[in-house]
Design a protein around this ligand. Structure first.
Ligand code: CP
Length: 315
């Protein structure tokens, strides 16, 4: 393990992390990955700490993974969903969170549709804030678990070629991956139609291609993203069938990839749109490894953001 000392109370995004900070989370995650291979998977790291999970958007993987991480670390947990809370009676997010913080909580995990919402709360809470996805802005633990998985399978990040394919415009997963991968020295190529991969992404230090077949045989990692119909305000491509023909990963296209390439997807998958079932379940897929690794990464994040601090309540 490197000698880096973690100082941040929150995990809000990969944009604000240095390469050393990202590497430190990845190295710490390796220790927590080992815990998940033991017969007894519970450790006392968060004993006596209270974690509130606030999920204002649907989630399967992220929510269960955070909750399992909290349970395996012996934390006390409270789950709050928007539909069952006083937000439905008109209470503001800030009031809701200040009231929760009045219980002297230690960590707030939040998924929200508004970009920057986790940053806003981090400024008023002494508790650690962990961003579980804020609109199309960032999904830092997904970015970290993706990078952890790439490192696990390929042995390094530096000088790898990583294609991120699909609905980049609406994707917090893409943004977190771009920040993290470029800081660690990977070459990132964004692939998709011009409407979903606009030119301004080049300012993040990536290449852009609108032709998947030009790129597919030259990359080490292919990360396929979901078409996020819920965030699209207008039709950005003619039909799902045409999208799938041009940018889907199916039996025909998978034959073109490098023999040692890996295929990723953050989930949930639209089978038959961005990826065929045979590719999702096939030999190049590391999708379920991503899910497994997410638990270790989230345990590492909890460990680091709570390390030795006594802060609680509202600032
Ligand atoms: N990858 C991801 O964030 O999945 P969920 O929306 O199911 O949490």
């Amino acid at each position: 393990m490197n000698k880096f000392v973690w100082k941040k109370k929150d995990l809000l995004g990969l944009e604000e992390l240095s390469a050393d900070e990202i590497l430190h989370i990845l190295d710490t995650s390796k220790s927590f990955y080992e815990i998940s291979t033991r017969a007894i998977k519970k450790v006392p790291v968060l004993r006596g700490k209270t974690v509130v999970n606030l999920f204002f958007e649907p989630s399967t993987r992220t929510k269960t993974s955070f909750e399992l991480a909290e349970k395996r670390m012996s934390a006390d947990i409270v789950n709050v969903s928007a539909s069952g809370s006083s937000l439905t009676k008109g209470e503001t997010l800030i009031d809701t969170v200040k009231n929760l913080a009045a219980y002297k909580i230690d960590i707030l995990v939040m998924r929200h549709s508004v970009p920057g919402s986790a940053h806003m709360l981090s400024k008023i809470l002494e508790a650690s804030v962990v961003n579980a996805g804020d609109g199309a802005h960032e999904h830092p633990t997904q970015g970290l678990l993706d990078i952890f998985t790439i490192r696990q399978k390929k042995g390094r990040i530096e000088n790898l070629k990583v294609a991120i394919v699909g609905d980049i415009l609406h994707s917090r997963v893409a943004r977190s991956n771009i920040w993290g991968l470029t800081k660690l020295g990977a070459e990132v190529i964004l692939v998709g139609p011009t409407t979903l991969v606009p030119k301004h992404f080049e300012a993040m230090g990536v290449k852009i291609s609108h032709n998947f077949d030009d790129v597919i045989g030259d990359v080490d990692v292919i990360n396929m993203l979901r078409i996020q119909k819920e965030r699209q305000k207008k039709n950005l491509f003619p039909s799902l069938r045409e999208y799938s023909d041009l940018f889907g990963l199916d039996e025909r296209r998978i034959k073109k990839i490098k023999k040692d390439a890996i295929v990723m997807h953050p989930g949930p998958i639209n089978r038959g749109v961005e990826m065929s079932a045979s590719v999702a379940d096939g030999p190049f897929s590391v999708i379920l490894d991503q899910v497994t690794n997410g638990l270790a990464v989230r345990m590492a994040v909890f460990f680091l953001v709570t390390g030795g601090r006594k802060g609680k309540g509202v600032m």
